[in-house]
Design a protein around this ligand. Structure first.
Ligand code: MF3
Ligand code: CO
Length: 249
């Protein structure tokens, strides 16, 4: 399938899906404390999303067994929630949430500190979030997709961190993952032109150490190869005539 350009009616529905994701993140952020399990977060997200008459996007996606992804410390993405995974003071947790509402998906991720965290961990979280906003600065109609990728990579590497290569952002709409792929690092070519009513999920995954990752035996959880910390920040973004709108904030 090629890149989809949404109608204004479809954009209106995507805004509603995005708002549900944003609200679910607010709820979970308030729950992130030492002692809570990632299962508790998953359950709260599921209940809230269903109460909005939406469906968690990730459940059963390619066989994914939970409602959200909850990835702790050296886990990059796709950590599977579990009663056995309890948050401890000083951990960092990346929470990724998708909601499907009236035929459209919203998708966003945040990394939070659990209680007091080290200044190194705080800096990784802040640089990851800021790299997303550096990418946004080059979003306007007529610019090209890989300008976003390059802007993210430049900021991350200037700050001494590394960009995960094996996972990328994506177009989003009726499908959770649509074209185009949105890498967070420079690749050959300019990429497609950004057009009004394209919707993309930009999601830098940033490691404090080297960029290489590996998959755990559950075939989902992605961890840093060197055991260093990793952070994630993602929003669903509508391209507009004069810039963009964030649908999941
Ligand atoms: N935000 C992630 C992504 O865009 C979540 C996918 S988890 C999955 O790829 F389970 F749905 F695969
Ligand atoms: Co995504």
């Amino acid at each position: 399938m090629s890149i989809t350009i949404k109608t204004d009616e479809e954009v209106a529905l995507m805004k509603e899906a995005g708002k549900i994701v944003a609200k679910t993140h607010e709820l979970l952020e308030s729950m992130v404390k030492p002692g809570i399990s990632t299962f508790d977060l998953d359950k709260a997200a599921k209940e809230y999303i269903l109460s909005c008459k939406a469906i968690p996007s990730f459940k059963d996606y390619n066989g994914y067994p939970a409602n959200i992804c909850a990835s702790i410390n050296e886990e990059v993405v796709h950590g599977i929630p579990s009663k056995k995974r309890i948050l401890h003071e000083g951990d960092i947790i990346s929470i990724d949430i998708g909601a499907y509402y009236k035929g459209f998906h919203g998708d966003a991720a945040r990394t939070h500190g659990v209680g007091e965290i080290s200044s190194e961990a705080r800096q990784l979280i802040d640089v990851t979030k800021q790299s997303f906003f550096e990418g946004l600065k080059v979003i306007k109609e007529g610019n090209h997709l890989h300008q976003i990728s390059s802007a993210i990579q430049k900021y991350v590497e200037e700050n001494g961190y590394s960009v995960v290569r094996d996972l990328v952002g994506h177009g989003i709409g009726r499908e959770l993952h649509e074209e185009p792929q949105v890498p967070n690092y420079k690749i050959i070519g300019r990429g497609p032109k950004l057009l009004k009513n394209m919707v993309i999920a930009v999601e830098p995954m940033i490691n404090s150490g080297r960029y290489e990752v590996r998959w755990l035996g559950d075939n989902w959880t992605v961890v840093t190869m060197d055991g260093s910390l990793s952070a994630h920040y993602e929003n669903t973004i509508l391209i507009t005539e004069d810039g963009y709108e964030l649908l999941t904030i």
